[in-house]
Design a protein around this ligand. Sequence first.
Ligand code: DAH
Length: 362
Amino acid sequence: MSDLETLERETLAKIAAAETIAALEDARVAALGKKGVVSERMKALGQLAPEERKAAGAALNVLKDKIAAAIDAKKQKLEDAALDERLATEKIDVTLPIAPSPRGRIHPVTQAMEEIVAIFSAMGFDVAEGPDIEDDFHNFTALNFPPDHPAREMHDTFFFNEKEDGGRMLLRTHTSPVQIRTMMTRKPPIRIIIPGRTFRCDSDQTHTPMFHQVEGLVIDRETHMGHLKGTLEAFCKAYFEIDSVKTRFRPHFFPFTEPSAEMDIGYERVGPKDSGEIRIGQGAKWMEILGSGMVHPNVLRNCGLDPDEYQGFAFGMGIDRLAMLKYGIPDLRDFFAADARWIEHYGFDPLDMPNLATGLSR
Ligand code: DAH
């Protein structure tokens, strides 16, 4: 075997044996590098006789091309193998559950609000909002509270200092002013619910100075008390997640509705008196859960609507109270005490969005 053939065999064997890119590079330098064996032989060509030089040069060039091609092919192979290995080890199992326990809990008031919005949205209601800081007109006057009427005192209003014009802003005592804001800016038919914060100077086991209400308002040409009853009964069934619910409408007074009614819901206590649980929807006892009525003609007029053309119903209820009832939470003041242990116990999973398809609460 010629000297050149031996060199070729040895070099190609080295290339074939290289298991890493670095080893392959060593083989390349040893053969084709500046001081590599092939390069050295190229340099030595000058010492040959001219007629020998031509043939030896051609043979060396053939060898050089062969080696370069072998290195390229091997390099490609090593790179493919490295990529395959990376792809195999970086595999992601998309069927694995995401972060199994997210931190933080959803407050029961937020949960109840989202449940209420889900129920009324499915009935075709929009959500409207208004400011926490209101004026006398929207909170009282337009809602048909006469000036100096005791009902204004009944609300234990938080007033701001008098302005230069003698007027006083206030923290809204109910969500009803958003009825006014809506009727003054939107043409009927109107079908909205208004969740939000409300404020009254009051504090005990079932009252806090800041609390939450949700208001409902439906205005159309032929809306009547039957629609009001049907809507509220459907709401109660959906909210308390029970098939049947016993309700009762009791005459009441609100300046902004005529006739007005409070709705009671049947319940019973099971188990011991203090620690026992409340079962909603059945039983011999009644609990008041909301105020409602047909929107007073004066209110419609105050908003520029003709009572001979339009009529409708409204209702208002306490969200905190609804959350206490549904989730068996005994003291309202704990809702706003910012105690991490309380929210850990009564809070909800942030990944569960209340909806009617998969259930409101878990
Ligand atoms: N605004 C009333 C309150 O805070 C609740 C209420 C009663 C709202 C009757 C209404 C209604 O819309 O029709 O006590």
